[in-house]
Design a protein around this ligand. Structure first.
Ligand SMILES: [Zn+2]
Ligand SMILES: [Zn+2]
Length: 311
C-alpha cells in the first residue's frame, strides 16, 4: 500500500489554494518527497506529516518551481538538529541544478547534512517490501525522470501446511517466510514452496511530473494501480500546451486508458481553468480520474485508489 498526500498541486506559480509541486509518498516506514517546490516544508507541517522521518527527496526535473523548497527544508532540519542525511535524487542535470541552489544557500551552513545522487533510468533502490524505478520523460529539453513504486509479491505461509509438516512456531517459520529452506529436528527438509500460498501481487504506483508528450510511455505505466500526472492545459489549448512543454488533461487520460491503469490523479493545475472543466475533459476519456487539491490524501492498493479528491 502506498500513502499519498498532495502538498502542492499548482503549476509554475503558487496561488492562494495551490502550493508549488510536492507529493509525499509513504510506503510502510519509508517516506519520500517527490519534488519540493517553494513552501513545501510548511505544507508538510500543515498536513501533520512533520519532516523528521524523511530521508529521500526524488526530483523530476531542473525547474525552480519543483526544487525551490529544498534550501528551507534542509536549513530547518539542521536548525532542529536532525543529523540523518537527506538524500536528494534526480537526473545528473537535475541534481547539478539543485547542487548549485544548495551551495549558494545552505552550503554555507556546516550542520546541514544532505547528499545529492545522480540516477539513471532503471532500478533506483530496493527495499524488502518494494522497489523504486525511474524512467525518462520528455519535457522542454530537460533530463526529466518519472518514478515507479512497485510492491513486491507477498508469499503468505499456510498454517495448515506448516502444522502438517510439524514446523514449530518461531525462527524456522520466520526463515521460511523470508524465502529460506529449513531443516527440522527430525532431518526433514522443508522448502518455502512447500508451505506457501499463491503469491499476492503488490501495488504499483507511477508518478510522472511535467511532460510534453506521453507517446511511447504506455509500457512504462502498464497495469499500474494508479498514475499521477500533470494536467496543465486542456485540449482546446493543445498548441499552447505543446509550446510550453506540458500536457493536456485528455492526453493524460488517454495514456491511462491505453496502459490499463486503475486510477488517474491529475495535478500541476493551472489557475487558467476551473477544476471541474479539467475533470470533465479527463473523465470523458477515462472515468476513474480525480483532480488533486492541496492536502488531498489517497491510498493506492491493488484494489485501487481510496481517499478524497476534493477537486
Ligand atoms: Zn512544473
Ligand atoms: Zn517543468
Amino acid at each position: 500500500m502506498f500513502d499519498l498526500v498532495f502538498l502542492g498541486t499548482g503549476a509554475a506559480a503558487p496561488s492562494a489554494d495551490r502550493g508549488l509541486p510536492a507529493l509525499y509518498i509513504g510506503c510502510g516506514p519509508d517516506r519520500f518527497l517527490l519534488d519540493c517546490g517553494e513552501g513545501t516544508l510548511r505544507q508538510m507541517l500543515r498536513a501533520g506529516l512533520g519532516f523528521r522521518g524523511l530521508r529521500h527527496v526524488l526530483l523530476t526535473h531542473a525547474h525552480l518551481d519543483h526544487i525551490g523548497g529544498l534550501p528551507g527544508l534542509i536549513a530547518t532540519r539542521a536548525l532542529f538538529g536532525i543529523d540523518e542525511r537527506l538524500e536528494i535524487l534526480g537526473s545528473a542535470e537535475t541534481v547539478a541544478y539543485a547542487g548549485e541552489l544548495l551551495a549558494l544557500t545552505v552550503g554555507r551552513q556546516r550542520a546541514a547534512p544532505y547528499r545529492l545522487r545522480a540516477i539513471e533510468p532503471g532500478l533506483v533502490a530496493s527495499w524488502p517490501a518494494w522497489r523504486l524505478e525511474a524512467f525518462a520523460v520528455r519535457h522542454r529539453n530537460t533530463q526529466s525522470l518519472a518514478y515507479r513504486f512497485i510492491e513486491r509479491e507477498r508469499h503468505r505461509l499456510l498454517p495448515e501446511r506448516l502444522n502438517l509438516l510439524g514446523v514449530p512456531e518461531g525462527s524456522l517459520r520466520r526463515q521460511l517466510a523470508q524465502g529460506a529452506p529449513v531443516t527440522l529436528a527430525d532431518g526433514q527438509l522443508v522448502t518455502p514452496e512447500m508451505v506457501r500460498a499463491k503469491p499476492t501481487v503488490g501495488a504499483k504506483l507511477v508518478v510522472i511530473g511535467d511532460v510534453e508528450d506521453v507517446s511511447g510511455l504506455a509500457p512504462q505505466v502498464t497495469a499500474a494501480n494508479a498514475l499521477v500526472v500533470e494536467a496543465t492545459y486542456l485540449d482546446r489549448d493543445a498548441a499552447l500546451a505543446s509550446a510550453h512543454g506540458h500536457l493536456t488533461a485528455a492526453a493524460g487520460a488517454r495514456l491511462t486508458r491505453e496502459a490499463g491503469v486503475g486510477s488517474l490523479m491529475l495535478t500541476h493545475i493551472s489557475g487558467r481553468y476551473r477544476p471541474d472543466e479539467i475533470l470533465a475533459e479527463a473523465c470523458a476519456v477515462f472515468a476513474r480520474t480525480a483532480i488533486a487539491a492541496d492536502f488531498d490524501h489517497f491510498t493506492v492498493t491493488t484494489k485501487g485508489l481510496a481517499g478524497s479528491g476534493s477537486g
